[in-house]
Design a protein around this ligand. Structure first.
Ligand SMILES: C[S@@+](CC[C@H](N)C(=O)[O-])C[C@H]1O[C@@H](n2cnc3c(N)ncnc32)[C@H](O)[C@@H]1O
Length: 217
């Protein structure tokens, strides 16, 4: 995603602490204090402008959602949506995915969505891929039993890499398609990138997976 400086983004973020957390000091976030209910928590990591998670939160009031993105200039686009129409069950979090194990309590997240994650094509950057086993290990600690990881992309190389990483981890792939839009999968919500790449005629690949072993977190 091309990064453009957005004037006033940081000020707008800081002016809306109930809608967006700017996790500048990487401190622990007590999600129980934010919602004070026992609803499951689903997160999207690298949500971009937030179209997907906003629609998901609107359609699913019995689930709490957190949209995570690391850049002010991008997350502010999602913030515009929640300022216009706040949803009780959606908060935004500006942080880097690398810090999530410090920010959230172990076993606090019931589902993780990764949509069109950055492919990091150079071999020396492979550890930055959000489906690298380094991240899978972190997700495992964060997630509750039977939690699902949902991943979709139009990038075949990243998809095949992710299938391999997941298959070589104590995880089980529970769903896989190489053509999501012509599959039997029900309830897909398109992301911004998905709309763009679908218009270009690209196939959308999707998988869901669960962790096999007892959590060690
Ligand atoms: C290619 S965009 C996809 C955006 C959106 N999910 C979609 O499908 O339209 C990937 C997004 O993930 C964000 N991202 C990448 N690595 C991240 C990380 N380590 N932590 C948080 N966000 C990250 C990027 O800033 C970018 O906005």
């Amino acid at each position: 995603m091309r990064l453009r400086y957005v004037e006033g983004a940081k000020e707008l973020i800081l002016a809306h602490p109930k809608l967006i957390i700017d996790n500048q000091d990487n401190s622990f976030i007590d999600l129980e204090k934010i919602w004070n209910n026992n609803l499951p928590i689903h997160i999207e990591i690298g949500m971009g402008k937030g179209k997907f998670i906003y629609a998901l939160a609107k359609n699913n009031p019995n689930i709490n959602f957190i949209g995570i993105e690391r850049f002010d200039s991008i997350i502010v686009k999602a913030l515009y949506k929640v300022i216009k129409e706040p949803l009780k069950n959606l908060i935004l979090l500006r942080t880097d995915a690398n810090d999530l194990s410090i920010i959230f309590k172990p076993r606090s997240i019931e589902r993780i969505y990764l949509n069109f994650s950055d492919p990091w094509p150079k071999f020396r950057h492979i550890k930055r891929r959000l489906t690298n086993q380094r991240f899978l290990k972190m997700y495992q600690n964060l997630m509750t039993e039977k939690s699902e990881l949902h991943f979709k992309t139009d990038n075949l190389e990243l998809f095949e890499y992710s299938v391999e990483e997941i298959s070589n981890y104590p995880m089980e792939i529970t769903y896989l398609t190489h053509d999501l839009h012509h599959s039997a999968y029900i309830g897909n919500i398109m992301t911004e990138f998905e709309e763009k790449f679908t218009k270009l005629g690209n196939n959308i690949y999707k998988l869901t997976a669960i962790f096999k072993e007892e959590h060690n977190g």
